[in-house]
Design a protein around this ligand. Structure first.
Ligand SMILES: C[S@@+](CC[C@H](N)C(=O)[O-])C[C@H]1O[C@@H](n2cnc3c(N)ncnc32)[C@H](O)[C@@H]1O
Length: 277
């Protein structure tokens, strides 16, 4: 593909579209990334060049816009990512909520293919094994993402051997998975039944999701501008109960972005506690 097929003007227009549509900031030098991610779509939709595909995205072709957003998101994830959030859930966080008279509600925002939401579900089921009286009012884990393709994978709850090999402890594999027909492993219904998955763009309004006790919003804010991060953290704070807890990714921080949370340092790791209103 030549430069004539993808020029600077189209790169700038596409970057602007992407940031407005889903918050992702490309910066000045990601031409290679855009070229490699959009090239398959140029073929799929019989466009002549990347420039032509971008023209159609900018003019408002919905199918082309959705496919471009899907292509530009990074869906990297794994089971029990970073370890410490799940260790902290196990102890002391889940005990704090275990005798609630209302269902425990946890949100995995930007859940990708579901490993985060299902790791939370398995941690809670494991906790319940040892604390039979806990969470009698029930548990609901809501996973959301902008990518329909990822949400379909979440709902299928089936994972191939490569995905399984990334971070899943043997004991959890033995306890919570069963073989599926296609050589994959499927999460058992006791895990699936705690979860539901919905399409949510973090730039939009999500008050319809209701209030949560715990929110995981990890490894997604890194793609956004400071202004967008601020707005999202503001909306997330409004979705938390008074004693609510927020986990961010290991390399993410809220400093200078919001004063709605206090940081709780643990060993290892940390989480954010909503400040009393
Ligand atoms: C790197 S994955 C993080 C997955 C998981 N939270 C983790 O830490 O392993 C980032 C996810 O954010 C999603 N995403 C990107 N922009 C989004 C937006 N504006 N609204 C909702 N999800 C978004 C992507 O589709 C992708 O699945």
């Amino acid at each position: 593909m030549t430069d004539i097929e993808f020029d600077e003007h189209h790169y700038v227009s596409f970057s602007y579209f992407l940031e407005r549509a889903c918050g992702i900031v490309l910066g000045d030098s990601k031409q290679y990334l855009v070229r490699s991610r959009l090239a398959p779509l140029v073929k799929r939709y019989n466009c002549l060049t990347i420039n032509a595909y971008i023209d159609s995205v900018i003019k408002g072709n919905r199918a082309h816009q959705t496919a471009a957003i899907e292509a530009m998101t990074t869906n990297e994830t794994l089971w029990f990512r970073d370890d410490y959030p799940f260790k902290l859930l196990e102890s002391p966080i889940l005990s704090q909520f275990s005798l609630k008279t209302k269902p425990l509600r946890v949100w995995s925002a930007a859940c990708s293919s579901g490993q985060e939401a299902y790791s939370i579900a398995m941690t809670i089921l494991n906790f319940k094994k040892h604390q039979a009286n806990s969470f009698r009012a029930g548990v609901e884990i809501v996973g959301t993402d902008i990518s329909e393709e990822m949400l379909q994978r979440c709902r299928s709850a089936e994972y191939d051997q490569l995905a399984i090999s990334r971070g899943l402890p043997e004991q959890f594999k033995a306890d919570f998975f069963e073989p599926a027909d296609n050589g994959k492993l499927r999460l058992k219904s006791q895990v699936k039944s705690l979860t539901n998955f919905r399409s949510i763009n973090l730039l939009d309004n999500y008050s319809s999701l209701g209030k949560f006790d715990i929110i995981f919003c990890r490894n997604v804010l890194i793609y956004f501008s400071p202004e967008v991060k601020k707005q999202i953290l503001q909306k997330i704070a409004a979705c938390l109960q008074n004693d609510g807890i927020l986990f961010l990714g290991a390399s993410e921080s809220i400093s200078a972005l919001t004063d709605k949370f206090s940081m709780v340092r643990c060993n290892p790791g940390l989480y954010y506690l909503i400040k009393p209103q």
